[in-house]
Design a protein around this ligand. Structure first.
Ligand code: MG
Length: 386
């Protein structure tokens, strides 16, 4: 059994966000999901193990469970350092593991073919790493008044994946903790044992997302690598007494609610239809029929999450959503920001990717008489070609 081990326990807050960068959203998926999506496409791997920060274990476990793959998979609780995470993973490997391919969760560009090349090297070597030749000239400045120029052809930048036969990896991680702590990658532990891993020269981009600029570049890469598609949605619900008024997942104080089979969240329904339409799928009545008792009183944000999952399964990423609410009353403007945050959270996009405008019907027709609230939505998605 060949295991792909993805390290996702790092804090990674240098991108400028308060939370782990791997949980930051990019076009309907977290950064970690983008990486995992590439890793599970490597046919040479039989099993996926993800090391998560203990505080994020539940959220990562849910993401991993929802991955659109048949590959058996599990999540383990990683540690504060890379080495502690690998140690924890060594204890969580499935029975029959023969080799482990370690990859940084923050390297979402990885081409599955590169993983295959690194793993293939284990047929003749006990370890292998992906590396890139230096393109800048490297200066060694050990002290303030010394400078040495290293011949560039001898300089290589170590990336991941790095793969090892299981017995080798166990040997590498049997060295004292302080020796482990000094290593900034896994293969240097093998070097310390006086042995040399196979060297696989990287052929494709495989940058690590470290800074805010890296993250923005990756978002632009994702947006640029597919085909843009647009979809429209419309929904209307009658107002009625005795029900809660829920719009965009916000419970709004009012002396009336909206009639419907689910929670009648008119805005969320219009957004769902726009996304389904953009992806070339059927409408929400097809996926969530109002004759199905499972959806009676349903929280529409959960249905929206299911729509996002349907898109992910089809390799469709979310660009942006623009919606308009048509309501005579109550005043909805104070709730717009919370609605945006709700929809963005469920869709795993930045709130700036969700726009909500509000208007009245100027007293015209039944909407103008306050007999209902309507919503329209347009969604732009990216159909991925890879
Ligand atoms: Mg509806």
């Amino acid at each position: 059994m060949r295991v792909g081990l993805v390290l996702a326990a790092g804090r990674g807050t240098r991108v400028g966000a308060a939370r782990n960068k791997m949980l930051l959203p990019v076009a309907g998926r977290t950064l970690l999901e983008h990486t995992l999506d590439r890793v599970v496409r490597a046919d040479c791997l039989d099993y996926l193990l993800v090391a998560a920060a203990p505080a994020e274990y539940e959220i990562v476990a849910e993401l991993v469970e929802q991955l659109p793959t048949e590959m058996p998979r599990a999540v383990c609780r990683g540690g504060a350092t890379r080495q502690e995470s690998v140690q924890a993973a060594l204890a969580a490997l499935p029975a029959g593991t023969t080799a482990v391919c370690i990859h940084d969760g923050a390297r979402p560009y990885i081409d599955p073919a590169e993983i295959e090349r690194v793993m293939a090297a284990l047929a003749t070597h006990e370890g292998a790493l992906l590396a890139r030749p230096a393109t800048d000239t490297v200066k060694i400045r050990a002290t303030a008044d010394s400078l040495y120029t290293q011949p560039r052809e001898t300089v290589w930048l170590a990336e991941t994946p790095q793969a090892f036969r299981l017995e080798t990896l166990r040997e590498m991680y049997a060295v004292p903790t302080e020796v482990q702590a000094a290593a900034t990658d896994d293969s240097s532990l093998l070097e310390r044992l006086g042995r040399v891993p196979a060297f696989i020269v990287a052929e494709k981009p495989n940058g690590k997302i470290t800074t805010r600029e890296d993250w923005q570049r990756f978002a632009a890469y994702v947006a640029g690598e597919g085909v843009l598609r647009v979809g429209n949605g419309y929904d209307v619900h009658r107002t009625c007494a005795g029900r809660l008024l829920i719009i965009g997942g916000v419970s709004i104080p009012a002396d009336f609610g909206l009639d419907g089979h689910s929670d009648a969240d008119v805005l969320t329904h219009a957004v769902m239809d726009a996304l389904l339409a953009a992806a070339g799928l059927r409408d929400i009545g097809y996926y969530f029929p109002n004759t199905d008792e499972r959806f009676r009183g349903a929280d529409s944000l959960l249905l929206l999450a299911e729509v996002r999952r349907l898109l992910t399964e089809r390799n469709v990423l979310i660009g942006n959503v623009s919606a308009a609410l048509i309501a005579e009353r109550p005043k909805l403007a104070p709730y717009i920001e919370t609605m945006r945050e709700n929809l963005a959270r469920v869709l795993r996009v930045e709130p700036a990717r969700v726009a909500i405008q509000v208007t009245t019907n100027e007293g015209l027709d039944d909407l103008g008489a306050g007999k209902g609230i309507a919503a329209t939505a347009t969604a732009c998605v990216i159909e991925r070609m890879v």
